[in-house]
Every structure is written in C-alpha cells, then in structure tokens.
Design a protein around this ligand. Structure first.
Ligand code: NAD
Ligand code: TYD
Length: 339
C-alpha cells in the first residue's frame, strides 16, 4: 500500500504521517509539501531515514511536478492536507488561498484520475458550514448543514469540497471528504490560538484575545483526527462526507485561562485586542455519522490532551523558538503590532 500525503510538513499532516508509519510499518508513505512558512522539515525528522518514507518538495499547484510524483510513486491512496490554513492570513491576502486550496486540489484530483488511485481523500474543515449563534446550544453542524462560509479561507475550502464532489459525480473519482473541528496537539504552528498562547505565556508576553473572547471552538486532539482519517480511507464509503469532532466546545477566554494557570502565569497577561473581521461565533460538530458508520469516538479528553500539548511545547522549545525568532516575527508585528 502506498499513501501519498500532501502537506505532511505541517501540523496535522505531520501528525498523520507519524501515526500511520507507526501503525502500518509496511505501508509506503510519500509526502509532498512545498514548505511554505507553515511547513517544517524538522517535524518529519523522526521518519526521514525510514526506508518506507519519501519526501518531495513540490507545490501541489505544479501540474508537471505532481504528474511526475504520481508516475514515479503510483499511490493507491491520496490524502490532501496541503492548504493555506490560517484565517487571519486569508484576510490579509486571499489569493494564495485560492491557488493552493482550490487549484491545488484540482491538480491532485486530475493526477488521481489519470493514475487511477483507489481513494482520493480531501481533508476539509467544519468552517465550511459558517458559524452557529451562541444562544442556540441545541444547534450542531451535520453533514447536510448548508455551506455558508465567512472567511476567504473557509470559502476556498468550501470551493474545493464542491469540486471534489463534482469529480465524484462527473468522473466517478473515488473520493471521501472529512470536515473536522479545531485541532490541537504537538507540532501546531504558533500562529494559532493554543500554541500562540503557550509560547507567549512562556515568554511573559501579552496574550492577545480577539474581541471579548466569547467565541466558541470545538477542540479535538490531533491524534483523534488522524485515527478518524485512517478509518475513513480504509472503511469509509466513497462519495461520502464525514464530520469529525468530539463535543468539546470551549470559549477562547477559558482556553487561555487554562493555559495561563497550567504554566503558573498571571491572568494579567491577557490582553483584549480588536476583533477579527467576520469572526465566526461558534463551531460545533455533530459526529453521529462517523460514530455510527465507522465506530469512531474521540479517545483523548481535553484535560489530558491540553496537558500533553503543553508538556510537548515545554520539551520542544527549540522547535517553536526557531519559528518565532525567524521570518514569523514580521507576521507577528504586522498582525499584533498596533492592534
Ligand atoms: P498547516 O498550515 O500547519 O500545514 C499546511 C502544510 O501544507 C504546510 O506544511 C505547508 O508547507 C503545506 N502547503 C501549503 N501550501 C502548499 C502547496 N501549494 N503545495 C504543497 N504544500 C503546501 O495546516 P494544518 O493545520 O496542518 O491543516 C491541514 C489541513 O487540515 C488543511 O487542509 C486544513 O484546512 C485542515 N484542517 C485544519 C484544522 C486545524 O485545526 N488546524 C481543522 C480542520 C481542518
Ligand atoms: P485559530 O487558532 O486561528 O483557529 P480558527 O480561527 O480557524 O478557529 O483561532 C481560534 C480562535 O481563537 C478564534 O476564535 C480566534 C481566536 N484567536 C484569538 O483570540 N487570539 C489569537 O491570537 C488567535 C490566533 C486566535
């Protein structure tokens, strides 16, 4: 079995590669990643020397290079994690989101058709459903909730999902789509809420909470997401969408306070800053379908997952310090400098 994983030098793709190589030592895993600011080869260092692993520094929008990888490696399954993934950056510059997230998906699906893969899996997001009001805790996203996007990021992911469904209907490409809630865990790039707050708190820097901090996200430990994708690519039904989430809704401000207390810091570090444009209020997944059809349930409780995550950042300071002291510094200045 050969699985081609795109975006494997990023947060979830990297965790997925570690998970799969441990669980299926006989599988060949081919990683395609062009190493944007969010891609980090250090994440893949533990598997780099494994004879069943191969890395290609290729952009998924590069049709010729992608064709060459497919023709050389002949993957059975493709799992597409590669994406521009940060909402704030999509507000700053939408263009690259459309290129990677939409055109990149098309290029991968064209190659998947040509080389007749048995499964093309699109890693999507619950953000394609837009948001839910805070005063309706009875509402959840199901797979039939209409697409209703808010940011250029979520719009680009939704466009890709529609294209994936079109390739299924029109060309019978054997596709599946998963839409997961917010992930957290090791190797998470420190521009996202949880790792940013851990890194800032450890450096006694202000903790920038957007708006009032009342926004709700549904947090899932990254390994539970990886396990769900493993189940979908092996046992999921072609043409289907699966929502992934663990009913773990939390307000941003509460997450930040948990991190502050776990690190023994003062809540005085918390700084309320101007809100994100178009900021989604609440995400909440109904995971009934994947539970019923594939038996998936989350295994890591938030209180354990956040402890493990904080410990990982304490143990791997060099991984994130290199990031926050590099080019990312300029982004941080632009985003938070006079906010
Ligand atoms: P990430 O930003 O950490 O990693 C993205 C990876 O893709 C990086 O290694 C980057 O170098 C690579 N990449 C970007 N553009 C590329 C291109 N044109 N060609 C090749 N490689 C390219 O993202 P993540 O958080 O790991 O998210 C992975 C996927 O999961 C994305 O599709 C995202 O939409 C989806 N998702 C993320 C979350 C979350 O909470 N992070 C939740 C649900 C779904
Ligand atoms: P983020 O990690 O960017 O994920 P997403 O926007 O895809 O859900 O943000 C999670 C939540 O945290 C979101 O409501 C925005 C908020 N947030 C802050 O309050 N401060 C920050 O510095 C960041 C990065 C996010």
């Amino acid at each position: 079995m050969t699985i081609l994983v795109t975006g494997g030098a990023g947060f979830i793709g990297g965790n997925f590669i570690h998970y799969m190589m441990k669980k299926y030592p006989d599988y060949r895993i081919i990683c395609v990643d062009c190493l944007t600011y969010a891609g980090n080869l250090e994440t893949l260092e533990p598997v780099m020397e494994n004879k069943n692993f191969k890395f290609y520094k290729v952009n998924i929008t590069d049709r010729t290079a992608i064709d060459k990888v497919f023709s050389e490696e002949r993957p059975d399954i493709v799992v597409n994690f590669a994406a521009e993934s940060h909402v704030d950056r999509s507000i700053e510059n939408p263009e690259v989101f459309l290129m990677t997230n939409i055109i990149g998906t098309q290029v991968l699906m064209d190659a998947s058709r040509k080389y007749q893969v048995t499964r093309y899996h699109q890693v999507s997001t619950d953000e394609v459903y837009g948001d839910l009001p805070l005063d309706r805790p009875d509402l959840f996203f199901t797979e039939t909730t209409p697409i209703h996007t808010s940011s250029p990021y979520s719009a680009s992911k939704a466009a890709a999902d529609l294209l994936v469904q079109a390739y299924y209907r029109t060309f019978q490409l054997p596709v599946t789509i998963s839409r997961c809630s917010n992930n957290y865990g090791p190797y998470h790039f420190p521009e996202k809420l949880i790792p940013l707050m851990i890194a800032n708190a450890l450096n006694d820097k202000p903790l920038p909470v957007y708006g009032t901090g009342e926004n709700v996200r549904d947090w899932l430990y990254v390994e539970d997401h990886c396990r769900a994708i493993d189940l979908i690519i092996h046992k999921g039904k072609v043409g289907e969408i699966y929502n992934i989430g663990g009913h773990n809704e939390m307000k941003n401000i509460d997450i930040v306070k948990i991190i502050v207390h776990a690190l023994g810091k003062s809540e005085d570090l918390i700084t309320f800053v101007s809100d994100r444009a178009g900021h989604d209020m609440r995400y909440a997944i109904d995971p009934t379908k994947i539970h019923r059809e594939l038996g998936w349930l989350p295994e890591t409780k938030f209180q354990d997952g956040i402890k493990k995550t904080i410990q990982w950042y304490l143990d791997h300071k060099e991984w994130w310090e290199r990031i926050i002291n590099g080019e990312y510094k300029h982004y941080y200045e632009r985003m938070y400098g006079d906010r």
